[in-house]
Design a protein around this ligand. Structure first.
Ligand SMILES: [Zn+2]
Ligand SMILES: [Zn+2]
Length: 370
């Protein structure tokens, strides 16, 4: 057991409190990781706002980079103490049907950490291991499958983004949609995931990469990240796309925002044979309406994209390669870096819409135990 500092959420719609909590030692097939950087994702904020059901208190944070500090007993792994790793929420048992099929995001295996949280308050109250990671903390204990080694020279703040936001955006384009060079793509929502999807569509050589966002600063960013066009959603988007594309609508519309109205709007932007890719996750209970006859007649598809249908042990090294080759811009996606004590300011900045990714660096202020 280790005492660590973590940002605890005690109830919905409240500030996180920085407190000392107990982290249990890693067991079989688990590792303890020192958190160098943990970016704030909109999923963390949805939980903080009570938009999805979860048991409180909880420590959130799931877009993580750090160093392996301890490997659980009898664990067979290529990881060594001190290795730099990206940690994602995707946990795989390696044995279930989904794992055998390579569908990492659909693993149904039951592992110890699904049943038992490794964190509790100093008074002994269990704390929920938020999003399988609880990364708003100096250290974490996770399943070994959640850790992917990355090169030492990849800055930790960049690496953290590969754990969720960038992996999800790129994965939605590469894995879920499989965008090709002739395709016309529309990306609705230009936050971290949307900007990563824009980069992915560009890397795939898409003919058009059309960004849609109500905020002007995000539309400007989208153009800087390689969008060919950027529109406000109040514009006549169907007409705009048809004007660009010889009268045709889009092959793919990626909804990266959780705004419910974006889903029904996006369906109208698709050409026959087109696919709607649902990447952003609205709050519990949000329902959209579709005309099934029209979808059948136009031979269209609706694709869910959980974490970009990613397989982290394959996709994270591929993303590192794209970064090394200068094709993937991670630097510009890190808007600001914060100490753990300033996490509420970081969350506020993420809510404001002016920040692509706010990254918290818990180990920068870590105090060595006396
Ligand atoms: Zn996330
Ligand atoms: Zn599995």
């Amino acid at each position: 057991m280790t005492l660590i500092r973590a940002a605890v959420c005690h109830e919905p719609n409240s500030d996180l409190t920085i407190e000392e909590i107990e982290l249990s030692s890693p067991e079989l097939d688990e590792v303890r990781v020192t958190v160098d950087a943990c970016a704030i994702c909109h999923s963390d904020i949805t939980y903080i706002d009570g938009g999805w059901a979860i048991e409180y208190p909880v420590v959130l944070g799931h877009e993580i980079s750090g160093k392996v500090a301890e490997i659980g007993p009898h664990t067979e792994t290529d990881l060594n103490i001190g290795d730099s790793v990206v940690v994602s929420l995707i946990r795989t048992c390696g044995h279930c049907l989904a794992c055998k099929r390579g569908h990492d995001v659909a693993c149904t295996g039951k592992l110890r950490l699904h049943e038992t949280s490794p964190i509790k308050t100093k008074a002994g109250e269990q704390i929920t291991h938020g999003l399988n990671a609880a990364g708003f903390a100096e250290e974490i204990v996770v399943h070994v499958s959640q850790c992917v080694p990355v090169p030492e020279d990849l800055p930790s703040t960049f690496a953290s983004l590969l754990g969720c936001g960038v992996m999800t955006g790129l994965g939605s384009v590469f894995n879920t949609a499989k965008v090709g060079p002739d395709d016309v793509t529309v990306i609705i929502g230009c936050g971290g995931v949307g900007l990563a999807a824009i980069q992915g569509a560009n890397i795939s050589g898409a003919k058009c990469v059309i960004a849609v966002d109500p905020l002007e600063n995000k539309r400007l960013l989208a153009l800087q990240f390689g969008a060919t066009h950027a529109f406000d959603p109040t514009e006549d988007l169907q007409k705009m796309i048809q004007n660009i594309n010889d009268g045709r609508l889009a092959d793919f519309a990626f909804v990266t925002t959780a705004a419910p109205e974006a889903v029904s709007m996006s369906m109208k932007l698709l050409a026959p044979m087109g696919s709607l890719v649902l990447v952003g996750m609205p709050e519990d209970g949000i329902v959209s309406e579709f005309d099934p006859g029209l979808i059948a007649a136009r031979n269209q598809q609706i694709l869910g994209s959980k974490m970009g249908t990613s397989r982290p042990h394959f996709d994270i090294p591929s993303m590192v390669k794209l970064w090394t080759e200068g094709k993937l811009n991670l630097e510009k996606m890190v808007s600001n870096v914060y100490e753990l004590d300033d996490i509420n300011k970081a969350i506020k900045d993420m809510r404001s819409g002016s920040t692509i990714r706010a990254v918290v660096c818990p180990s920068s202020t870590k105090k060595d135990p006396k």
